[in-house]
Design a protein around this ligand. Structure first.
Ligand SMILES: Nc1ncnc2c1ncn2[C@@H]1O[C@H](COP(=O)(O)OP(=O)(O)OC[C@H]2O[C@@H]([n+]3cccc(C(=O)O)c3)[C@H](O)[C@@H]2O)[C@@H](O)[C@H]1O
Ligand SMILES: Nc1ncnc2c1ncn2[C@@H]1O[C@H](COP(=O)(O)OP(=O)(O)OP(=O)(O)O)[C@@H](O)[C@H]1O
Ligand SMILES: [Mg+2]
Length: 280
């Protein structure tokens, strides 16, 4: 589906204002957390390209990990190197092939299941990012966007295991817009999203819905609080499709929250006890 003009208008961003805001918040967050900088995994996809570019604008203290596996398309690694060059990060990156590590995990789990192995890939990357972050006294900067976060389209404690999510309030279609404004290469801006956890995997293929449709539904449902029936009529889509998106958002809530703690005392420690950030 092509996104209707009225939704496109609502989702149009002021690139400069958004860029300035995220840069400011990143700097502020680094200061409050008393960390010297940030580390990010760059895959060749739009989310990590935009996130790395914003991080590099926020601070000179950034580091990039390129962590290809056998299911990483060759163009993705090429595009990752383009980002490294673009950000003048020739001395601030490391290339680590994760196949050996993933194989060891897979052998010990005794599985060939592509989803289980795919999630192991995402979690292996998370472990490497955290190890480097600690070595450098940096934060792990996540790349999740609003569409993926709402749908739960990420690996829990894998690419979802991060310290801060600078583009987490931008829908996928808005991230592409921002990438274009930031002057990222056309091939990265227009590349179909893919976790690349197995060969041939694409986000839209696995989800069964394209991102223009997903973002239209998410916007109407969760920003405008429209009913499923209303959205189905407005977009001319079967009610089933709206319900599927709604279900994905609801069933993935556990991925967006800290783990449930069964309350025995007066207050729940992970929700009621919030310190001002400067104490943390
Ligand atoms: N109600 C509940 N309360 C608490 N925990 C719950 C739960 N239901 C499941 N869980 C836990 O969650 C686990 C399932 O979640 P998870 O391990 O994430 O696995 P799952 O959601 O099955 O798979 C991850 C999905 O994200 C996609 N992905 C992954 C990585 C990157 C990207 C990308 O866009 O780049 C996309 C991937 O293609 C796949 O479709 C269960 O095994 C269980 O441990
Ligand atoms: N080969 C890789 N090397 C380094 N980091 C990776 C690699 N593959 C995935 N990641 C990390 O996992 C994140 C999640 O992947 P995801 O596919 O959602 O993002 P993306 O590739 O940047 O953009 P898109 O969602 O459009 O494909 C990436 O943004 C990146 O931080
Ligand atoms: Mg990707």
């Amino acid at each position: 589906m092509v996104m209707p003009d009225y939704i496109k208008k609502s989702l149009t961003i002021d690139c400069k204002a958004v860029t300035d805001y995220i840069i400011e918040r990143l700097r502020e967050y680094l200061e409050f957390s008393r960390k010297d900088g940030g580390i990010v995994g760059v895959s060749g996809g739009i989310d990590s390209a935009v996130t790395a570019t914003l991080l590099a604008k926020a601070t000179d203290n950034f580091f990039i990990l390129l962590m290809p596996s056998s299911s990483t398309p060759k163009v993705d690694l090429e595009d990752s190197f383009t980002i490294v060059k673009m950000l003048k990060a020739e001395n601030k990156y490391k290339l680590i092939n994760i196949d050996e590590i993933v194989k060891l995990f897979g052998d010990n789990v005794e599985t060939n299941d592509k989803l289980i192995l795919g999630n192991i890939k995402a979690r292996t990357r998370m472990i490497l990012l955290y190890a480097y972050a600690q070595k450098l006294n940096y934060l792990v900067v996540g790349t999740g966007d609003k569409s993926e976060l709402l749908l739960g389209y990420f690996t829990k404690y894998g690419d979802g295991g991060v310290d801060v999510l600078p583009i987490g309030d931008l829908y996928k279609t808005q991230v592409r817009m921002l990438g274009k404004c930031l002057g990222l290469p056309e091939r990265i801006v227009t590349k179909p999203s893919s976790p690349a956890l197995w060969e041939g995997q694409t986000a839209e293929g696995e989800l069964g819905i394209d991102y223009e449709t997903i973002d239209s539904i998410l916007y109407l449902r969760f920003d405008e609080m429209r009913s499923e029936n209303e959205i189905s009529e407005m977009l001319g889509l079967p009610l089933d499709v709206i319900k599927r998106v709604d279900r994905l958002v609801k069933t993935s809530q556990h991925k967006r929250l800290p783990p449930e703690i069964f309350r025995l005392s007066g207050r729940a420690i992970n929700s009621d006890w919030r310190f001002p950030r400067r104490w943390a």
